[in-house]
Design a protein around this ligand. Sequence first.
Ligand code: F6R
Length: 240
Amino acid sequence: MEIRIFDTKEEIARKCADLFEEVIRDKPNAVLGLATGASPVQTYKELIRRVKEGKISFRDIQSFNLDEYCDLPQNDKNSYYSFMRENLFQHVDIAPENTHIPDGNAKDINAECRNYDEKIKRAGGIDVQLLGIGTNGHIGFNEPDALFSEGTHRIKLSQSTVLSNSVYFTESPMPAYALTMGIRSIMEAKKIVLIAAGESKAEAIYRTVKGEVTPACPASILQTHPNVVLLLDRAAASKL
Ligand code: F6R
């Protein structure tokens, strides 16, 4: 695991965008694994700036998001579909048909999950996966559990996740379930970049880097991946 510590979120975002830019320059039709939440917003702003300046293009890029809430209309302001449109997709030259987010409202959830994994495989696998981390060590919505999960699946969100994310649900109740890529799908990415900022992430980062590899802290599995970079601010790295 490579660990890089920065003074500000802006520096984390610039470094993260540099890593994505490298992958895109090497492989203009790269497959990107994308995340939502507060952590990647600044990185997406950096990538948008670089596209507008003509430094990189998303014309031939494919993207797969980590997760989506279940039982939330696709156009709800809190859906990850809306998040991605507003924070990245509508500002760059990516083809809408090349962007993929699991459908949390699918009639047949098992078929949707299998199909999502199949689409990732058909695209050739994920070249670089962006991750945030939950205060409980979740990646994607893989919550602490007795076993590491495999492919895309439906999951009941943990109390900790409900507590962290319910601040966004001011007008409607927060969904109890989500679809998430599994730990195996995440670990199959060729490169993984995890970003974390703030004191609230310090314990999860400590367990990820120095703790036992255990599904009780899903991100700890990253210790066994050959190409992981952690981009942290001083507060998130304060327990290392
Ligand atoms: C989002 C995701 C989650 C978040 C994590 C941190 O797609 O998969 O694992 O990365 O909950 O969220 P923020 O960045 O809001 O602190």
